[in-house]
Design a protein around this ligand. Structure first.
Ligand SMILES: [Zn+2]
Length: 114
């Protein structure tokens, strides 16, 4: 199981890589997109879409795109699926919206490189 950190519900934060400090989930959309992956990023996902999937994860699941991953039989939703990722030195940050619902649930995961 991947290490998992859950932020307070109902409060969405920008998420910074714990290893290099890059703003990987950018809710201010500084560069017109929310996902700004660094070399430690495993995935950036929200309720509706996997925005970024690392080459390492594509290799592990033998897929060439995030869309293919979502079509796997073992794929229920990104939260449960990614909880089962078994990688050393990896951590997953989870944010769940509160009421009133105005933002998706979001997950960002990082892995420390040697
Ligand atoms: Zn990083």
């Amino acid at each position: 199981m991947i290490s998992r950190v859950e932020f307070s519900r109902g409060h969405m934060n920008n998420i910074y890589c714990p290893f290099c400090g890059q703003r990987v989930l950018d809710l201010d959309f500084t560069a017109d997109q929310s996902a700004n992956p660094c070399l430690h990023t495993l995935f950036v996902a929200h309720d509706y879409e996997i925005e970024y999937l690392s080459d390492e994860l594509k290799e592990i699941y033998s897929v060439s795109s995030a869309d293919q991953l979502e079509e796997l039989d073992s794929f229920e939703n990104i939260d449960s699926f990614t909880n089962n990722i078994d990688l050393k030195n990896a951590v997953k940050f989870a944010q769940y919206e509160g009421a009133p619902r105005d933002m998706a649930d979001m997950w960002v995961s990082f892995k420390q490189m040697k």
